[in-house]
Design a protein around this ligand. Structure first.
Ligand code: PEP
Ligand code: MN
Length: 337
């Protein structure tokens, strides 16, 4: 449920209400909007049947949240959330582009790609140090060494770092070396992992599962928010359908739909959706036109030699040209890059 407080509710009234909520075993989540403060109450609400919270001083009204995902829903928070990652806001007017190789390979290669995507206007460097590969016999990532290279690339370029976490045992390393934790498609329903990142104060990029519905996607985000971490950015990256001409089917309708259902920012990854370079730029443009708050794009200076996903990696010069085109589209939808 949502408790809407009166504009003049005093701190004592709010404290009294919060202690009551906790006393009956429920969890309050406060959201301070421009006009009103609201408290989302999560847990089994049956405990409140005989003692309604609507009668407490400072309370204007109590409303049910009908969506199965509560904290993630627009019902809980009407204004868009801007997720702040070390000074860069995701979900504001500025479209945020994250770019880099699929995997961190060599140090020199990472540094040169980082510099090129930075010069083209990317704000984040992406690259996996822990790679979720379908086959155990393919490159699995450099692990900690890869994270160190990412952190060095950040120091050299000023780019922020987003990289994938697969195992909660690596969280301390992630906290040290990354600005944002990526939860990949294959782990979107690894609920223990979601709950774990939910208990840290580090922004999370949550990618949609291969076969996840929008509802399942938002419920996965709810796992993170319900643990206290509200800094979640969603990422549409294509879903599995009967179509085999592209690696996945990019569900661009997810962008405007999620913007209706949730206050969280949503970005699009056209690289993993398409699986082929020639389709990445048109779908990146379409994503911005559809209202995406950002893009995640794979870039490699020698795609033919990439350890993974070379077929979908853009050359740095093509990425730079795309960024120029995107600026014009962003203007048309009242955004900027
Ligand atoms: C990635 O972005 O590195 C990745 C593995 O993507 P996904 O989880 O979407 O397959
Ligand atoms: Mn990849």
């Amino acid at each position: 449920m949502i408790i809407v407080l009166k504009p003049g509710a005093t701190p004592t009234e709010v404290e009294h209400l919060l202690s009551k909520i906790k006393e009956v075993g429920l969890t309050p989540h406060i959201s301070k909007g421009e006009e009103r403060t609201i408290i989302g109450v999560i847990g089994d609400e049956r405990v409140l049947q005989s003692q309604p919270l609507s009668v407490y001083p400072g309370v204007e009204k109590v409303l049910p949240i009908l969506a199965p995902y509560k904290l993630v829903s627009r019902e809980f928070k009407r204004e868009n959330t801007v997720v702040k990652v070390n000074g860069v806001g995701i979900g504001a007017k500025r479209i945020v582009v994250m770019a880099g190789p699929c995997a961190v390979e060599t140090k020199d290669l990472l540094f040169s790609i980082a510099q090129e995507v930075k010069d083209a206007g990317a704000l984040f460097l992406r690259g996996g140090a822990f790679k979720p590969r379908t086959s155990p016999y393919t490159f699995q990532g450099l692990g900690e060494e890869g994270l160190e290279y990412l952190a060095e690339a950040k120091q050299k370029t000023g780019l922020l770092v987003v990289t994938e976490l697969m195992d909660p045992r690596d969280i301390p390393l992630m906290m040290r070396h990354s600005d944002m934790i990526q939860i990949g498609t294959r782990n979107m329903q690894n609920f223990r992992l979601l709950a774990e990142v939910g208990s840290y104060d580090k922004p999370v990029l949550l990618k949609r599962g291969l076969s996840a519905t929008i509802k399942e996607f938002l419920l996965s985000a709810e796992y993170i928010l319900s643990r206290g971490n509200h800094q979640v950015v969603l990422c549409e990256r294509g879903i599995r359908t009967f179509e085999t001409a592209t690696r996945n089917t990019l569900d661009l309708s997810a962008v405007p739909l999620i913007r209706q259902l949730s206050h969280l920012p949503i970005i699009v990854d056209p690289s993993h959706a398409m699986g082929r370079t020639d389709l990445v730029a048109p779908m990146a443009k379409a994503a911005i036109a559809a209202g995406a708050d950002g893009l995640l794009i794979e870039v490699h200076s020698h795609p033919e030699e990439a350890y993974s996903d070379g077929e979908q990696a853009m050359l740095p010069r093509d990425f730079a040209a795309l960024m120029t085109d995107l600026r014009r589209i962003a203007l048309a939808v009242d955004r900027e890059i």
